[in-house]
Design a protein around this ligand. Structure first.
Ligand code: HEM
Length: 457
């Protein structure tokens, strides 16, 4: 039997179906479009959608489960124990930077990111990137490319459809970088899984969590936490895919953010030597000695670095690594005389908030004393919001602050960071992708610090 297919009719029917589907979809959202048009800024474009459509999807049930599970990992004990790892990696960073001593200006981020990668890999998977065979900063390149490509996709609405996107050159590039990223992570997961499971099998009553010798938190990494959970509950809660997805979120969220933040702090201090001197004086009061082996940074020192903390906060104000945050609006919400309509995605631009003259006097001035307790009390809460607020805020906030303090204190005890010519903040060109970045890399030079004369002469 022969069936005659009228291709024109089939094509017209499909096209008609798609058009009707789109019309119904957008008709239902018409009220949202009308309300959002009343806001300042670019209006959203019906039929094309708005750029952040797929960023914070509301049906993130899996998020609730995983967030709950991750929270203990960031307990005080775990963070405190991590400081030891931060200190060790910071010493390697200082050593690596030696080759730039007394030379010309160099891009600081490359060194900082190397160290940030090692710290995040050590914390999440228990190995350093070198142990995984990564050479020539390939991992840095891969993550940079992934965030760039994801960001480029956001502004090309026709790429929201996977069928189109993954057939394009951009999509294929993203797939190949993701595959390279996954290979490194999978290698780390396998390596660690073997170690933890072997250890649990050999001494089930004394696994990494239960050895109770006070060092358990120093040994574990995030992956152990997931594996132990699965073993303890006798369930395969985390498939290889789940593990991979959770850990890669951590790596992406935790490494570029702190890497950019620490590079900005060092750059600002090189530009403002008086402020750098105050930071150093505080460190000198804590340590007395510049010998990192004799007296490395410890958890209990961090609460005494109050000035350094103000410097980091001021730097996060001027250069927030996560420059915007998004939320799915689940019900009509009144704000500033407008209604945020249910169903839209709300983007809060932290970068603009942090440089808004309404909240910050001389916003482009670098002034860590804005974070003196008295000054904070004068401001509205949440004017400073680098880590987000609410249940979906940054889970690694405390861990990130401790890591930055440890690394920066170690570097600044050893080196003076300098600029040949002062660069005004207003002249630093920035570019936005998933994480904030500079158009030109932050450059500075370093000199060895001459230890102070304890007699003060
Ligand atoms: C300077 C450092 C950091 C900054 C500025 C930063 C900023 C942020 C921001 C703004 C969010 C979104 C919050 C929101 O939408 O309300 C976020 C989420 C997140 N951050 Fe961080 N972060 C930093 C460091 C870290 C570190 C070190 C880690 C992990 C080790 C981390 C892990 C995460 C994770 C997993 C999320 C998603 C949380 C969730 O959806 O439940 N972050 N971060």
């Amino acid at each position: 039997m022969q069936i005659d297919i009228d291709y024109v009719t089939v094509a017209t029917t499909i096209l008609g179906g798609v058009i009707i589907g789109l019309l119904v979809f957008h008709f239902k959202r018409w009220r949202m479009y009308e309300l959002s048009a009343k806001f300042d800024g670019p209006t959203c474009i019906p039929f094309l959608g708005n750029a952040l459509l797929f960023l914070r999807h509301p049906t993130a049930k899996i998020w609730q489960v995983n967030r709950k599970l991750m929270e203990p990992t960031f307990s005080r004990m775990f963070v405190a124990a991590s400081v030891k790892k931060f200190a060790q990696h910071s010493k390697t960073l200082v050593k690596n930077m030696e080759k730039e001593l007394d030379g010309s200006e160099f891009p600081i981020a490359e060194y900082i990111l190397d160290s940030a990668i090692d710290i995040i890999f050590d914390s999440t998977m228990g190995s350093t990137i070198a142990e995984l065979g990564d050479v020539n900063r390939r991992f840095q390149e891969i993550t940079r490319k992934i965030t760039e490509l994801v960001y480029m996709r956001l502004f090309k609405p026709w790429f929201y459809w996977n069928v189109i996107f993954y057939r394009s050159a951009l999509g294929k590039d993203l797939l190949s970088y993701k595959a390279a990223f996954s290979r490194i992570c999978e290698k780390a997961i396998e390596r660690r899984k073997k170690l933890v499971l072997d250890e649990t099998r050999e001494k089930p009553e004394e696994n990494l969590y239960n050895n109770n010798d006070g060092t358990e938190f120093e040994k574990i990494c995030l992956l152990d936490h997931f594996i132990n959970f699965s073993v303890a509950n006798k369930i395969d809660k985390f498939s290889a895919r789940d593990l991979h997805d959770e850990l890669t979120t951590f790596i992406i969220a935790g490494y570029e953010t702190t890497g950019f933040a620490m590079s900005s702090v060092l750059f600002l201090l090189s530009n403002f030597p008086d402020i750098q001197e105050k930071v150093y004086n505080e460190l000198y009061e804590i340590y007395g000695s510049d010998d990192l082996d004799e007296r490395e940074v410890k958890y209990e020192d961090l609460s005494r670095m109050v000035y350094l903390e103000r410097v980091i906060k001021e730097s996060l104000r001027l250069f927030p690594p996560a420059p915007y945050q998004t939320r799915f609006v689940t019900e009509d919400t009144k704000m500033d005389g407008h209604i945020l309509p249910k169903g839209c995605i709300w983007v809060a631009c932290t970068f603009n908030l942090h440089r808004n003259a309404k909240y910050w006097e001389n916003p482009l001035e670098f002034n860590p004393d804005r974070f003196l307790p008295g000054e904070i009390a004068k401001r509205r809460s949440h004017c400073w919001n680098p880590f987000g607020v609410g249940p979906r805020n940054c889970i690694g906030k405390r861990y990130g602050m401790m890591k930055m303090k440890t690394v920066l204190a170690t570097v600044l005890r050893k080196y003076i960071v300098k600029k040949d010519t002062f660069v005004p903040i207003s002249e630093i060109e920035l570019k936005l992708d998933i994480v904030l970045n500079t158009v030109l890399p932050f450059k500075l030079r370093i000199e060895k610090r001459v230890p102070k004369d304890p007699a003060g002469s």
